[in-house]
Write a protein that binds this ligand. Sequence first.
Ligand code: PRX
Length: 654
Amino acid sequence: MSEPHKPAGTLASVMHEERMFPPPRDFSSRARIGSLEEYGRLYDAARKDPEAFWGERAAALPWTTPYERVLDWQPPHVRWFVGGRLNVSAACLDRHLAAGKGEKTALVWVGEPLGERRTLTYRELHAEVCRVAAGLRRLGIRPGEVVSIYMPMTPELVIAMLACARIGAVHSVIFGGFSSEAIADRNHDARAVAVITADGGWRRGAQLPLKKNVDVALEKSPTVKHVVVLRRTGQPVDMKPGRDVWWHDLVDGMPADTPPEAMDSEAPLFILYTSGSTGKPKGIQHTSAGYVLWAQTTAEWVFDLRDDDLFWCTADCGWITGHSYVTYGPLAAGASILIYEGAPNAPHEGRFWQIVEEERPTIFYTAPTAIRSFMKWGPEHLRGRDLSSLRLLGTVGEGINPEAWMWYHETIGGGRCPIVDTWWQTETGGIMMSPLPGCTPTKPGSCTLPLPGVVPEIVDAHGKPVPRGEGGWLVMTRPWPGMLRGVWGDEERFVDTYWSKVPGKYLAGDNARQDGDGYYWIMGRIDDVLNVAGHRLSTIEIESALVSHPTVAEAAAVGRPHEVKGEAVAVFVTLRGGEPGPALEETLRKHVRQQIGALAVPDDIHFAAALPKTRSGKIMRRLLRDIAAGRETVGDTTTLEDYTVLANLRGNDE
Ligand code: PRX
């Protein structure tokens, strides 16, 4: 791995994957984009004349006021479809009703407890969204105000997002695994006026205390005036009169045809908090027209959506993947989506394949970490399962190792399904680089080629393109409709993080390399961001959580390779109180869970007398990464302030 903030210019790629898989002929013959020539034509058209290209595609959106200009690009600020007005929920619902698709299944939902299942047609989904939208309006929520959503993966989560969109409120979905501290931080940063939650949610047979977490968060969230509570598990909750209202009471008697608010193309649709290289998560801001067009178009291209598809994206709506490929992309495309509420191993490790057999999805999109879990759980959970409905597989969130790719291809895809390895980010709003399943030959481990409208470059620290085959920083040289418009309330951080190191270009934060065929290979982050089970975590966030505990003097968090999660969190702490040992380890784990959430809990805790630092006081993470990974320490350690520190750390490890 390269040192933070230095491009991997001299880093030889460790991947030597030579295998190439052409798309199956019968897939190509029916695909939306069936040949590389067609892809090339689209790519060139988008590059040569983006305004004409995107203008043509935006024509099908339900504009209430036509836009005056397709693109206004004043780096780093962009406006797409300037002056136009529309409503994103109308783009996802009303236009399909108008097109006579009201009776088409919009959503199939499978609950974690066995036997629970619901379906909603587009007409029913529209009606539910309208009722909630009317209820939210009645609470006094205005366009532009922020509503936090902290819910389990139920149809109501999708409904809540679309209801916010319908009234022009900006949603901020907070993953159900985050702690009350994390909810409070996000409520505070966004100045949220309301929270939509549930009594609880099912996770591996246990009930998550969602409402209780919200109650604790609200002690520190003075801006929040209303809480809407879905009854999901039936567990007892406290309802605060005047503030809390049950979902079923809110929608009772509300009309099923609430008119949508006409929003400016550039009005924020949502914010989604993600980790960066500081201790404070940033609210990535997406807009209305450009975002929904990008989500829809990329869903159609990459997943080759057809009218009879049932699309299963396993992501939770707490992450960007759930925004773009559970909710907005497929629904804007008028597709049928499958949602599963729970864990892949509840109540047994073959649950996903049982769902495939019973619900017969045609497209399956998941994360490499999940694939590695399935491999580990063993083939017996798949034996006898009918997976023949699947025609296309996808991955997202981190690079997929060739071994997992091959397993996915053979065991889940039966050797017949193309795999799309999709590279993108919270910030990009939708997929940026991916094979197109009907035309791009795939290489296990590569996200292959950019989509039309995406113009990447790999550059060195001076912003100069590096020769083919060499690693460097991945940047985007042209704006695309789905790109982030800002960091909520923090223009400086927006400019600084994404636009200052390579002026005028979007810095993705990943190292990458292009091979001789022009294929892109992602080589990991350039900053202190970890990718644990496909989720972004900032090392500094974990460190801040640790040092907020009274026993901890200093902390350093690093990633180490992990068989299933890709990366695991290893922390090194020095103490100012307490006794190093299993009891304190447990206490610190609990503390991090409380501060951030279960996903940030360190896998390894190393107690140390001191942390290795350079003369300027910077923690030597490279060294710690090597120690955490059990590798022999290599490279230059002459800048270590104190050699004994290194020896001590090693000693503790042995
Ligand atoms: O490092 C890249 C990795 O995940 C980061 C984005 O994380 P997040 O914003 O949480 O979004 C995840 C879901 C889109 C990227 O900067 N990443 C994502 N997809 C891939 C990937 N790395 C390699 N290959 C991928 N397909």
